[in-house]
Design a protein around this ligand. Sequence first.
Ligand code: NAD
Ligand code: FE2
Length: 391
Amino acid sequence: MIPHYYQHFCPVKILSGHNAVSNIPYEMDILGCKRAMVVTDKGVVDAGLINLVREAFADSDKEIGCVFDEAPPDSSNRLVNKLAKLFEQEKCDCFLAVGGGSALDTAKGANIVISEGTDDILLLQGNEIIKKDLLPMIAVPTTSGTGSEVTKVAVIYNEEKNVKMAFASDRLYPRVAVLDSRMTMTVPPKLTAATGMDALTHAMEAYTCLQKNPIDDVFARAAIELVRKYLVRAVENGRDEEARLGMANASLLAGIAFSNSMVGMVHALAHACGGVCHVPHGMANAILLPHGLEYNISGIPRSIAELSGMLGGSIEYMEEKEQAMVTVSLVKNLLGRLSRISGLPVRLRDAGVTEDKLPAIASAAINDGAMAFNPVEVSYDEALEVLKKAY
Ligand SMILES: NC(=O)c1ccc[n+]([C@@H]2O[C@H](COP(=O)([O-])OP(=O)(O)OC[C@H]3O[C@@H](n4cnc5c(N)ncnc54)[C@H](O)[C@@H]3O)[C@@H](O)[C@H]2O)c1
Ligand SMILES: [Fe+2]
């Protein structure tokens, strides 16, 4: 069904290939930039990935002005304020973010602070609050999950209030996204599994939530089919180039889908698990996805049933709600397989959540922005019930 009204926007140039990073200086030239600030974290540096980026600059007239490797696991408000000052001191003219969602969002956050001329990012939280054009940003994801390289969103942790805050604006899209299979080969199996499940959650929530539309359905479907084909392969053999590039594309396609269609209760609950108990984002989504899908069957059995085909399930001659339950079972099967081969937890109790924290998570979740896009309303009691099932 075509919605009464919808919008779709993705202004990001995409480069994908086994050696795509080598084109970064050329892209800087097109953007009119000379001196990049690399934003990354220690794990990415230790994996040797910044060396691959440096090699790309070796024969060019473009330069790396500074490598900032202190992006924290969840980008934080104080840190982006600090990074913005460093960018100005080092006289850089663009951001080159190399890392997972945390490094990419840290660069996005600092870019907001610089371009808006503020010294406190918290003043700009919310939807379309940013009014000035941002400096060019090139994003090189080193995990395949968040899709931040093609989204209009930055998720920043508010250290004073212990909550994750979302900043969303059409100005926040990076200018170029660079997918290079070499950049994700060093991701350990458990993190490959968790981030891959984040991508799957983006695609499935985009396909089932309130801003669902025919264009994002195409991106979401393509992403889910790539996850089905490549996620287990990438976890089993991290050096599998084809699987790594396949998952990088899955994550990007899912990112395009959810940046427009938005996500729902699974992300709302996962953000709350991150805020209250510091459960890593992908891990929280992985655990909660089957439970969120099952909860939503009462409102949108058709859309959830359709997902089963994308995961390779057969639903012929079944009633709609039974078909939708096949989707839930297939997601649980995938999660079980990932858990066996990588140690990814399948329950919140094994992911650092204690039972006494569930009420705090439920109340943070019902106030999370993503909840507004869920196709079925979720009360505090219902959120708590879903959390107990996942616990
Ligand atoms: N902006 C968006 O659209 C968006 C969407 C979803 C999630 N997020 C945010 O993204 C963050 C999570 O990002 P993430 O899941 O990519 O994890 P991450 O960026 O926090 O990275 C996790 C760990 O993996 C390491 N790592 C990254 N790449 C590696 C590689 N190639 N080899 C070895 N180690 C590597 C890092 O050093 C880090 O220790 C959360 O803060 C979440 O809120 C943002
Ligand atoms: Fe996510």
